[in-house]
Design a binder for this molecule. Structure first.
Ligand code: GLN
Length: 541
């Protein structure tokens, strides 16, 4: 088994996760079995309790793990299926070490960062490797080299590499080459210093992946190679992409990064076959059709907060050979503004998941606009609950209908706490989480799009449709298109006599990939295009 460790230097937000995922794509397309994991140096047990402002989206796995959004990149760029073992935080490591201490595992010893914490980190690499048995395990170390909290992870991977021996481990350092405008120059010093920092710890990177806005040039590559102690071919340029993040694997392939990695790891495999990936890029760069859709949320402008939603919309576009322009609309602006102006020119409206009451009334107004004006609507989790509240208020005339999440004393709690959530006091990791089966109703739009009676989708919620209201809703033309197989929980709703109004209690965005767009997003984009251009696309509806 071979191991690749990805570290980051100089600044955060360099797209280490993306680089790791893109390398995964290339290795997979060379015929290797790949899996990826992320180490997060913070002390939270998982990112589930963090605000999207801190952390971006929380990415949910089949097994219900609430994980870092980089795991979303890993799943979108490769065929690997991840579990909670693929995301380790310092919090989890320390919790395990302290549990061990209490149960006497270290009896007689002083428990220390080295070796106890570093051993636990290495154990996690081993367990994942043994359970998943990939040809290559790529491990991304979160944070930036030089951070205090990242040190135990770096020490652990250094020790691990020592054990594994040469030819089995490749260290890849993602770094930043700033461009100083006044001097008109790219600068290598920060990279030199961050590599020096790594070497101080005992890690010498085999490859430098240089994030840059401008091409590196021969001289600069020579300089980086010399000062950072790598061969010149190991200086990989990773320029900002022009169109799409899905260009990154092709860009790295042009830089022969995967060739070099395979040589370092002594892997004799054929070149990566990327023809299908090239077709995806063609559809992204020069699509036959175009559409604009609006996402009505509360973390507008924060690119990472709805990461998987934005990606899934793009995938829906790929399925339809349709470029998707996403308009981020602040839900609070909809509360005060005129929807006809705010939603002008949009082919569809999407309301994503969320917690807390800020912007709720704006989202309800958006759902009303979509329903009444026949604008395609896709609701995700909270976006489904919003559609229910809107319908209750404006069609059933239950003017004060609400979710008990936002108004605990509403006379019409059309969305209410799940039975299984009553009495739950812990906040972290306690929602209804992960993959659950959903049975789709014959004749529904969702059934038609999925092409399957039962589907499995990922969840992350505490509240649900209140079954007391099912009959009243059905009589008024509301369609319960998906439920749990025992019919107890409503999972998908649709609107009769509407071109496309589909909303799900689950998060379909977590299962969409560029090479396997999610059916609901495919259908939504097709409907959005039809709404704008009054002619159907082939792939969608
Ligand atoms: N806040 C809602 C709930 O807990 C919706 C959650 C979500 O959108 N992920 O049920």
């Amino acid at each position: 088994m071979k191991y690749i460790f990805v570290t980051g230097g100089v600044v955060s937000s360099l797209g280490k996760g993306l680089t790791a995922a893109a390398l995964g794509t290339l290795l997979e397309n060379r015929g290797l079995r790949v899996t990826l994991q992320k180490f997060d140096p913070y002390l939270n047990l998982d990112p589930g309790t963090m605000s999207p402002y801190q952390h971006g989206e929380v990415y949910v796995l089949d097994d219900g793990a609430e994980t870092d959004l980089d795991l979303g990149h890993y799943e979108r760029f490769t065929s690997t299926k991840l579990t909670r073992r693929n995301n380790t935080t310092s919090g989890q490591v320390y919790q395990q070490v302290l549990d061990n201490e209490r149960s006497g595992v270290y009896l007689g010893k002083t428990v220390q960062v080295i070796p106890h914490v570093t051993d636990e980190i290495q154990r996690r690499i081993q367990v994942l490797a043994e359970e998943t048995r990939p040809d290559v395990l790529i491990t991304e170390v979160g944070g930036t080299v030089g951070d205090i909290e990242g040190l135990p992870f770096l020490e652990a991977i250094r020790e691990f590499a020592q054990e594994a021996g040469p030819g089995n481990v490749c260290f890849l350092h993602v770094t930043y080459i700033p461009f100083i405008k006044a001097a008109g120059e790219l600068k290598t010093k920060p990279t030199q210093q961050s590599v020096a920092k790594l070497r101080e710890i005992g890690i010498t990177p085999h490859l430098l992946v240089c994030r840059t806005e401008h091409p590196l040039g021969k001289e600069l590559r020579q300089k980086l190679a010399m000062f950072c102690n790598v061969p010149q071919e190991a200086v990989i340029e990773e320029k900002d992409v022009d169109h799409s993040i899905y260009e990154v694997p092709l860009m790295l392939q042009r830089e022969r990064m995967d060739d070099l990695v395979c040589r370092i790891l002594q892997l004799d495999v054929p070149p990566a076959r990327m023809a299908h990936w090239q077709d995806i890029i063609r559809r992204l760069i020069a699509p036959q059709h175009r559409v604009r859709v609006g996402v009505v949320g509360k973390y507008v402008g924060l690119q990472d907060a709805y990461k998987s939603v934005y990606e899934a919309l793009i995938h829906g576009g790929i399925a339809n050979d349709c470029g998707v322009q996403i308009e981020q609309i602040e839900a609070e602006d909809v509360e005060t503004g005129d929807p006809a102006t705010l939603f002008k020119g949009l082919g569809g409206i999407l309301v994503p998941g969320g917690f807390g009451d800020r912007g709720i009334e704006g989202k309800i107004k958006a759902a009303q606009y979509a329903r009444e004006r026949n604008v395609p609507y896709l609701g995700l989790c909270l976006g489904m609950q919003i559609a229910v509240i809107e319908f209750a208020r404006n069609v059933l005339g239950l003017r004060q209908a609400h979710s008990t999440e936002f108004n605990p004393s509403t006379p019409d709690p059309v969305i209410d706490l799940q039975e299984s959530q009553k009495g739950v006091t812990q906040v972290g990791g306690s929602m209804r989480l992960g993959s659950q089966p959903c049975r789709l109703a014959p004749g529904s739009r969702s059934r038609e799009l999925y092409g399957s009676d039962v589907v499995n989708e990922r969840h992350r919620h505490r509240f649900e449709f209140n079954n007391r209201y099912r009959d009243a809703f059905t009589r008024a033309g509301f369609v319960f298109a998906g439920t749990t197989p025992d019919d107890r929980l409503v999972e998908v709703i649709e609107m009769a006599n509407h071109p496309f109004f589909v909303a799900a209690q689950f998060h379909p965005e977590f299962l969409s990939k560029p090479n396997a767009p999610h059916p609901l997003f495919r259908g939504f984009i097709a409907a959005a295009h039809q709404h704008l251009h009054a002619r159907p696309l082939l792939a969608g509806s």
